[in-house]
Write a protein that binds this ligand. Structure first.
Ligand SMILES: Cc1cc2nc3c(=O)[nH]c(=O)nc-3n(C[C@H](O)[C@H](O)[C@H](O)COP(=O)(O)O)c2cc1C
Length: 132
């Protein structure tokens, strides 16, 4: 069974932008080996990440992410079983985009599941992130 999970988080106070390169390097290798795809966006002030793949693999990665001290205040806004993946590969986007920053704030404070239209909006926004 496939699982799709998306969250936002806040970089730890000591986190520096150059460390993103290291996260990408490790993630690219790990995710390829585990069959994980998705997107990681770093805006400078927030992370937004969507991961998808076999439920076991997503669960294992989620365990690592939750205990990674490079970010805090992880807030999940999507966690669902999936028939197929949205992203064929794992991608990284750097996006200094005001609309995304506003959206991330909204995802963070969201206290309910996204509806279908919001989910489609999220997919499109994340899909556009690595084109920036
Ligand atoms: C914002 C953020 C996103 C991350 N994304 C991934 C990821 O997609 N895949 C991954 O393997 N590790 C990711 N990591 C790193 C993991 O938390 C962890 O450090 C790493 O998977 C450990 O790899 P290892 O088990 O090979 O030592 C991320 C870390 C942060 C802070």
């Amino acid at each position: 069974m496939l699982r799709r999970l998306a969250y936002v988080s806040t970089p730890a106070p000591a986190f520096r932008a150059v460390e993103v390169g290291h996260i990408i390097e490790v993630s690219r290798a790990n995710n390829a080996a585990a069959g994980i795809t998705g997107v990681l966006v770093y805006t400078g002030t927030d992370f937004a990440q969507l991961i998808e793949g076999e439920a076991d693999a997503v669960g294992r990665l989620w365990g690592k992410l939750r205990s990674d001290r490079r970010h805090t205040d992880l807030a999940v806004f999507l966690d669902e079983p999936a028939d197929r993946v949205w992203f064929e590969s794992w991608r990284m986007g750097y996006l200094y985009d005001e609309a995304l920053t506003t959206q991330i704030f909204e995802w963070r404070v969201l206290q309910r599941r996204l509806d279908d239209i919001e989910i489609e909006g999220m997919r499109l926004l994340l899909a556009s992130a690595d084109a920036a």
